[in-house]
Design a binder for this molecule. Structure first.
Ligand code: ADP
Length: 721
């Protein structure tokens, strides 16, 4: 879809498009050159021209053939789009922050147009529209308006759908519980009127008491069964949701995980699902029983004594009014409590995972202070919420006490006047107490439903994220030979800030490429693209001439190997950790890989050899040893493409020698990309790629680059000085 807004007809007429000329982009902008807000202003890009309409008038026009480069430049609070026109930089439009990513996209589109690749522009898709409301929604986000945010019923029903049978069973038990609860006051009335007052005798009294006792036992049994079934169902739903969330986290693009704080992700899995379990146990298991009792309670009261019932009901709107007034506050304070809780968990995680750095810099006290601040804040919000309830609940209780008092007063008058039997009054008072008891319960319900809504919203937000699954009809397995081609590849973590721009390079199978550049230049980003963790925003990345997007991910990943500066070891044995890359590998193959990786000897020296437990709470390995495990892991899959990210940085000389040797064995004959800050470690590289200013600034052999006397030469001189 092309970014084409319904520009006013007058503007379209004024454009006077020639026969073949077509509009590619018509994008609004909202700030003029004098930093004033403007309306009805558009940047229009056609196959031939770039036109600017400000406030309904054509204010500039440039022929695309005279332009050489378009750039979107983020500024504080917005940005501007420039183009190089006949050698001078021209500012095309200014825009506010809401247009940033759109203009970054347009800038890249203009550059593609400038290079004449029209088809590529046409195949680009930026926004999609919500099928329900037709609003534009960027990327893979769901439409915020139509996804049912803020409500609880639809998501709850969706969550409950797979467990229909269990829900039905619990529903029947709830109805049984309600019927037995409602029968009790009726029996009490007969006991008083027919037996105690009517002189029914001891035998009849015992029969009634026996019935009442059986009913009470019945209520207990039904309630136990109901609670048990609800708790079991709650635990099952929570377990299933936890699993679904965990799986979703693994499927989601890495950028999604990077954008969120770990505490938040953790809470979604643990706390939100725990709340749902609690909701099932404490709220849902009583929900229909309470509603059923409540409705029949009201009917019985009206039938028993219409006037008295109306008098009692006068107190109900007051209670409801109180609840409604407080509801908004409740939502706000509980959302805040959740947010603060996330802050505390995230900080705790940050500090625990960075404990070495904290201790090295002696920042324990500062970190403790920071944590104390967050924790105090959380406690303060918690206290405030508790006090809120502490005041709110007794106010309602008082109201209910007054209601019962009024019933006794006016009902008593009816009994004395002979208009009501004492048994009926007793029954009425019991119904009134039930009514108020359940108003109290129902009164808490909105808060619990609101909390449930927030939990489900967060969970659904994750589960509803579209996973960019590869289209099975378009992807194929590929036996990789190892040729890599970057074809006008552009990528940025934020679409309006490209980290790599217009990267072009062809790497032959088996070639070793050293990647150098200043810190933050984009070396790891290039490698992230090669590892298939991110996709290029524009241009293509080709493997053996095939777009990486068209290669099945599992097939691609099984043919690349990675050795990073910091090797992550999972909790498990050394054997498990090597086998991680190829679970079907036999023990002989693992030992062979470990020998090639120069790891066998040190593994044999550990307490249990290959069965030594490493990772969290396991035997600690040195940096060099971890590295050799990673190399063994990579050797095991015999990858066609290898990625080494500072693999030999921060190692002692002896380890480095062993690892260099192991790496030489690993890399021979494979397309290898090696990032290194110390240029001496790149001696074996066939060519060196220097990344600077978002682009490949230089590429060539060590000798060629030295001769060129450019960036690489200067780096070399600086390091050998
Ligand atoms: P290098 O490896 O050359 O040191 P990187 O590729 O790690 O550089 O980073 C290049 C740029 O991209 C830096 O400006 C960095 O801040 C940014 N960057 C790296 N990773 C992310 C990320 N996950 N999200 C957003 N920006 C990132």
């Amino acid at each position: 879809m092309i970014l084409y807004y319904n520009i006013p007809k007058t503007i379209e007429d004024e454009l006077a498009l020639s026969g073949e000329e077509r509009i590619y982009y018509a994008v609004p902008f909202d700030i003029d050159a004098g930093a004033q807000w403007v309306k009805d202003s558009y940047l229009i890009v056609t196959t031939k021209r770039i036109l600017i309409h400000t406030g309904g008038k054509l204010t500039a026009s440039y022929d695309i053939k005279d332009c050489s480069e378009a750039k979107s430049c983020p500024r504080v609070g917005g940005g501007l789009l420039t183009v190089n026109h006949r050698g001078t930089e021209k500012i095309l439009v200014h825009y506010s922050a809401k247009h940033l990513s759109r203009y970054a996209y347009v800038a890249r589109g203009i550059n593609i147009l400038i290079s004449g690749r029209f088809e590529e522009v046409e195949s680009r898709e930026y926004e999609k529209t919500c099928p329900k409301c037709g609003r534009a929604i960027p990327g893979t986000k769901r439409c915020p308006k139509c996804s049912g945010e803020g409500t609880w019923l639809a998501p709850f029903l969706r969550m409950a759908a797979p467990y229909k049978k269990q829900y039905f069973g619990i529903f029947i038990l709830m109805i049984l519980a309600a019927v037995t609860t409602l029968l009790n006051p009726e029996l009490q009335k007969h006991l008083i009127n027919d037996v105690l007052k009517g002189g029914g005798g001891m035998k009849q009294a015992l029969v009634f008491l026996g019935m009442m006792f059986s009913l009470s036992v019945g209520i207990v049994i039904v309630n136990v069964l109901k609670s048990n079934a609800s708790a079991r169902l709650g635990a099952r739903i929570a377990g299933d949701l936890r699993y679904e969330l965990f799986r979703k986290y693994q499927e989601l693009p890495i950028s999604f995980i990077n954008d969120r704080r770990p505490g938040q992700l953790l809470n979604e899995i643990t706390q939100d699902t725990m709340f749902i379990r609690q909701f099932m146990e404490d709220v849902f298991c009583n929900l229909f029983a309470v509603l059923f009792i409540f409705i029949w309670d009201v009917i019985f009261m009206l039938v028993l004594n219409f006037k008295l019932a109306l008098l009692t009901f006068l107190f109900v709107p007051l209670a409801v009014f109180l609840t409604m007034t407080f509801r908004k506050t409740m939502h706000r304070i509980f959302s805040l409590q959740y947010r603060k809780n996330d802050d505390v968990s995230s900080d705790l995680q940050d500090v625990l995972s960075g404990m070495r750095v904290v201790k090295t810099y002696g920042k324990e006290l500062e970190e403790a202070e920071h944590f104390k601040h967050l924790s105090d804040e959380f406690a303060r919000i918690n206290r405030r919420n508790e006090s809120f309830w502490a005041v709110f609940s007794p106010m309602l209780q008082l109201l209910m006490g007054l209601g019962v008092l009024a019933v006794v007063l006016f009902g008593g008058r009816d009994v004395l006047g002979g208009r009501m039997t004492p048994g009926a009054l007793y029954q009425f008072v019991t119904y009134t107490q039930l009514l108020f008891q359940y108003i109290g319960w129902l009164n808490r319900l909105p808060m619990q439903l609101t909390q449930l809504g927030s939990c489900l919203e967060r969970i659904n937000d994750i589960l509803g994220q579209e996973v960019e699954k590869q289209d099975e009809t378009k992807v194929t397995d590929l036996a990789i030979k190892g040729e890599i081609r970057f074809d006008h590849a552009t990528f940025g973590y934020k679409s309006y800030q490209p980290v790599l721009e217009d990267i072009n390079a062809v790497i032959k199978p088996g070639e070793m490429i050293g990647i150098v550049g200043a810190s933050g230049a984009g070396k790891s980003t290039l490698i992230n693209l090669l590892m298939g963790l991110y996709e290029v925003d524009d241009g293509r990345l080709l493997v053996d001439g095939k777009d990486i997007k068209e290669i099945r991910k599992s097939s691609y990943h099984s043919q690349i190997g990675v050795v990073l500066q910091e090797t992550f070891l999972f909790s498990g044995t050394i054997l498990d950790n090597i086998r991680f890359s190829r679970p079907d590998a036999g023990i002989d193959e693992i030992i062979h890989a470990a020998k090639l990786a120069n790891a066998h000897d040190f593994i044999c020296d550990t307490p249990d050899g290959y069965n030594t437990y490493v990772g969290e709470k396991g035997h600690s390995l040195s940096g060099g040893e971890r590295q050799r495990i990673a190399i063994a892991r990579a050797i095991l899959t015999d990858p066609r493409i290898l990625i080494l990210d500072e693999a030999t940085a921060s190692l002692d000389t002896e380890s480095e020698y062993m690892i260099q040797k192991a790496l030489e064995r690993l890399t021979s004959g494979k397309t290898t990309f090696a990032i290194a800050n110390r240029l001496s470690t790149l001696r074996g590289a066939d060519r060196i790629m220097v990344i600077d200013g978002h682009r490949i600034a230089e590429i060539g052999s060590h000798e060629e680059l030295l001769e060129k006397k450019g960036i690489y030469y200067r780096l070399q001189m600086a390091q050998s000085a």
